[in-house]
Design a protein. Structure first.
Length: 504
């Protein structure tokens, strides 16, 4: 594996996967490397070169919450993946069997599967709570990624074994410049290298000799303490809060659970989950216990997981009842995720439900993207999505972006593909990244070509123009090179993108 394959491996799991970044890193990473060297150089000739401030976006979380983050441009993306890949050996070294962390590190030359690491984590939590220890406290950190302080992160990175001073300086400069100098809310979310940073940054918890609990487990900022003495747990919980406070981090009071009492109340209140347990007896108990993630959004499903690993055999009656539960007004987001996971081999019945699920549960749209790929009646899906996009319903940028991804990846051969894409373009006037996603779709047949021409002639250097340039990649060579000639003069990134597309 190298930086390029690290990025390719993680690309499908990211919150806003832009093909512009993928194509540049796959086909032009040597040029990106050279340009980054200029940015970091002390040569006065390159004083004007820097990492650009990045575009803010929001991803959907359960219960109408939003996750604020940034989408990195091709230069910034390559830098961060390369920096963390080169220093991967500094991450994830175990403290002890009593102080365990899970996920977000390399093992055997490959990034650990998030799905498998999370299952290992929940299995250990379930066993420890049920059989090994009498008492448990679990908690997480409020708005963790958005609350890390730049100076603390830079000092932490400098403390890692084997990291050079050059990389430490580049780390500090990169996060300062992509955030336009602001000291917090600088760490991107939803990409593996940033998750490696977020996970390792909290290792001071496991390293503290003041924590006395017999067992601790941590998956990113989800933390579990176990002991037979409840007083010990309370003392450790208070001490960890003090340690977090030294870094301006706070525990989320609504997520704190003592001896699992909130989980029990939640399960008792969920009629849907109870029926799911009764309906399919061999559902994974851990998944029923904790849901698809501790907060419903703790991990992204790995694209390359074995589809048959947890396959459940269903009869027609069970399928019909699951479809009824899927659209039940009482169903919560975690219930819907669980049902879709069970129905992944029975997707033909889902096409008419896709738009309603997107509208009601925006957080699961990535899972729906995967399911649409398995549905054979794709013209029906396109028509249903067109009705949704035409409706007056409010849609987040995250929903519009992923509808465009679904359209490009799975619906390009359908009759109303062009109508859907153009209607999406009209609805994204105030959503730059969702609109850029549409512009990079390399279709020249229904009006996108003319829209891209207008953007490319504007002389701008932003996501709309970069995506428009990438969208020209299926034009014949002479026409493509002509439209990119003047675009390339707009900025160094414009030049890199134009050079890459011209050489495809």
């Amino acid at each position: 594996m190298d930086t390029k394959t690290f990025f390719e491996h993680d690309f499908p799991a990211s919150l806003y996967p832009m093909k512009t970044n993928l194509l540049l890193i796959q086909n032009h990473h040597q040029a990106l490397d050279k340009y980054i060297a200029k940015i970091l150089s002390d040569d006065p000739a390159y004083l004007g070169d820097s990492f650009l401030p990045q575009t803010r976006v929001h991803a959907a979380k359960p219960r109408s919450h939003l996750r604020r983050t940034t989408i990195l441009d091709p230069v910034a993306s390559y830098f961060l993946y390369d920096l963390i890949y080169r220093n991967r050996q500094a991450f994830g070294k175990p403290v002890s069997s009593a102080r365990r962390t899970f996920g977000y590190r390399f093992e055997g030359g490959q990034p650990l599967s998030v799905h498998k690491a999370y299952k290992d984590f929940t299995d250990n939590v379930q066993f420890s709570h049920g059989f090994e220890y009498e008492h448990m406290i679990s908690f997480d950190i409020a708005s963790y990624f958005n609350s890390i302080y730049h100076h603390d992160a830079t000092n932490w990175f400098a403390s890692l074994s084997g990291v050079s001073g050059t990389d430490v300086n580049a780390f500090g400069r990169f996060f300062r410049e992509i955030n336009a100098g602001r000291s917090i809310d600088f760490l991107p979310q939803g990409i593996y290298p940033a998750k490696m940073i977020g996970s390792e940054f909290l290792k001071f918890i496991e390293l503290s000799g003041q924590i006395k609990s017999k067992q601790t487990f941590r998956f990113m900022d989800d933390i579990y303490l176990f002991d037979d003495d409840k007083k010990t747990l309370i003392q450790d919980f208070l001490r960890i809060q003090e340690l977090l406070g030294l870094r301006a981090l706070n525990v989320n009071p609504t997520k704190t659970i003592v001896d699992g009492e909130k989980i029990t109340v939640s399960e008792a209140a969920s009629v849907i989950k109870q029926e799911l347990e009764d309906l399919i007896e061999d559902l994974d108990e851990t998944e029923m216990y904790l849901g698809s993630g501790i907060d419903g959004s703790s991990f992204e499903e790995d694209e390359d997981e074995d589809e048959d690993e947890d396959e459940v055999t269903l009869n027609d009656e069970q399928i019909e009842r699951l479809l009824e539960l899927l659209v039940d007004s009482r169903a919560e987001e975690s219930d819907v995720e669980l049902i879709l996971g069970i129905l992944h081999e029975h997707t033909e019945s889902l096409s008419s439900h896709i738009p309603g699920l997107i509208a009601k549960f925006p957080n699961i749209i990535k899972q729906l993207h995967k399911l649409v790929g398995q549905i054979s009646a794709k013209d029906d899906v396109t028509d249903h999505l067109l009705v949704l996009v035409d409706a007056e319903a409010s849609l987040l940028e995250y929903q519009l972006f992923w509808i465009a991804v679904i359209a490009e990846d799975h619906l390009s051969k359908t009759k109303n593909f062009g109508k859907l894409v153009l209607r999406l373009y009209e609805r994204t006037a105030s959503h730059k990244i969702a609109r850029a996603k549409i512009l990079e779709i390399p279709d020249q047949s229904f009006g996108l070509k003319e829209i891209r021409d207008e953007v490319l002639k504007s002389g701008t250097s932003d996501w709309l123009s970069w995506a428009s340039a990438v969208g020209t990649r299926t034009l014949n060579k002479a026409e493509r090179n002509y439209v990119l000639k003047y675009f390339s003069k707009g900025s160094p990134i414009n030049f890199l993108i134009a050079e890459c597309v011209q050489n495809l």
